[in-house]
Design a protein around this ligand. Structure first.
Ligand SMILES: O=C(O)[C@H](O)COP(=O)(O)O
Length: 206
């Protein structure tokens, strides 16, 4: 039995382009982000993948990425579930601030800790640990059962909500996750074993 799970971070957003902390704010894709999403759809179509269902967040940059991938796949009728459990990590008081300005104001090290540590939240926001606490149950209760029963599943989400999912999927630790980065619009194609461990992983690079 095929147990296929594809994860893709949204294409470049307007605030990614402007180097702004985004979190739960809701900018849409840039023209480049739209092109990234369409390219991801074409790469998945070249793989001959026909999905059974898709999941995304409550935020337009992920929803728009998914819709564009569906168009390229010819699967605009795919069942799609939107849930805020898959939203990006909430950057709290940093949302809307320029990342370089933040480095000037609080220092390179403090901003790196807020962006990539496991359990130190930005002021008023979520740590990666907090993000795992909402992504993990959603994955185990909704996404994983569909994959294990043989449905081909596509998840379009965000840099940190997908890093949270990767911790579960690839059994990563708080010590190893800080170095994991996800490029925008690049599909990660997983095939799982019956015990939900990873049998294979392919990164469909641009
Ligand atoms: O929410 C954001 O600012 C980005 O999507 C992810 O930002 P990060 O890579 O700084 O966590």
């Amino acid at each position: 039995m095929s147990r296929l799970l594809v994860l893709v971070r949204h294409g470049q957003s307007d605030w990614n382009l402007k180097n702004l902390f985004t979190g739960w704010k809701d900018p849409d894709l840039t023209e480049a982000g739209i092109a990234e999403a369409r390219a991801a759809g074409r790469k998945l179509k070249e793989q001959g993948i026909v999905f059974d269902r898709a999941y995304t967040s409550d935020l337009i940059r992920a929803q728009h990425t998914l819709a564009l991938i569906q168009e390229e796949l010819g699967q605009t009728d795919l069942p799609v579930v939107r849930d805020l459990a898959l939203n990006e990590r909430n950057y709290g008081d940093l949302s809307g601030l320029n990342k370089d300005d933040a480095r000037q104001r609080w220092g390179e090290e403090q901003v790196h800790v807020w962006r990539r540590s496991y359990d130190v939240p930005p002021p008023g926001g979520e740590s990666l640990k907090d993000t795992v606490a909402r992504v993990l149950p959603y994955y185990v209760q909704n996404i994983l059962p569909a994959v294990l029963r043989g449905e081909k599943v596509l998840v379009a989400a965000h840099g940190n909500s997908l890093r949270a999912l990767l911790m579960v999927l690839e059994r990563l630790t708080p010590e190893t996750i800080p170095t994991v980065e996800l490029a925008t619009g690049v599909p990660l194609v997983y095939r799982l074993n019956a015990d939900s461990t990873v049998e294979s992983k392919a990164i469909l690079e641009a």
